[in-house]
Design a protein around this ligand. Sequence first.
Ligand code: PHB
Length: 374
Amino acid sequence: MEAEGQRKKEAIPLLTPYRMGKFHLSHRMVLAPMSRLRSYNFTAQPHAVLYYSQRTTRGGFLIGEASGISDTAQGYPNTPGIWRKEHVEAWKPVVDAVHEKGGIFFCQLWHAGRASKYEYQPNGHPPISCTDKPITSEAQIDGTTAADYSPPRRLSVQEIFQVVDDFRVAARNAREAGFDGVEIHAANGYLVDQFLKDGVNDRRDEYGGSLENRCRFPLQVVEAIADEIGADRVGVRLSPFADYNDCGDSNPPALGIYMAQELSKRGILYCHMIEPRMITQFERVETKSSHGPMREAFKGTFIAAGGYNREDGNEAIANGNADLIAFGRLFLANPDLPKRFELDIPLNRYDRSTFYTSDPIVGYTGYPFLDQTP
Ligand code: PHB
């Protein structure tokens, strides 16, 4: 009989393989999209090669940081773009490094909408949105500094068509850079979410009012991108329950379920939901709300994100509440997170004060691997 110690240990649920459409994943721990504000001049930098490759495992799935789709898309310093030829060229070595280690890498396409200010806009113009209502809450991305946003300008219908096309071109660019697919950032109070939520969208035309109308622009973006690169390479990130950036909805379950159904109809590869418990961008709280009905309504791969750890991540997979779990802060501070979960050993602690600095090493590529821990 096999001795106890020699018996092959059964893999924890997070470390079991999963097939996401045409992609064969060797485990279920996804690198969550995270802005790191180290892309000087809105261009991916060579230090990103090391950062992403450190977090790559063979068959692992990584979602890149929010990348601006046009010259009006940025809202923070040093976030990368994907709208110019130079941006595409700059991403190529990063994508190549991830592929060399066997990872699957999606580019997150982002437009900040009104969560921006004059200084990030061409010629100092107002940021664009579905509305001209400014953000009134004190929004913070790093937990310390209040961002002061400039009042936005309401897009005309003609201009909305142009933004849809910007998303399409950005998706084409992402594929040209070598990314395996794209994730549309439709969460956290940025442009797409601004259209979705009735707390912001006050339009009286076909892009505002009813749920169907508010979802029109987001779904046009989805369709344009699916048409360009194939629905089997498109994911969408949603946060129906959140009100980050002063962007809340009066009926999150209805919004989340409707979007899940519509995305399902369009054969989108995955739906990536931020947990209702992430009531602020920083802390989780207990809540009775659940994304269960959205998981039910969506037929493709369901990714859950929001303050997960080894224990509740395993539980969510085992219970069928999600197919994959995205880890942000833990992955940021532990480049070898899957290994550490496998061995069930202590994690490096993350240092929030260096999340959003521009240092190319400290708080970025400087977190130690297991074998470097003293
Ligand atoms: C977010 O989704 O919360 C987010 C996106 C882009 C940023 C920062 C935060 O630059």
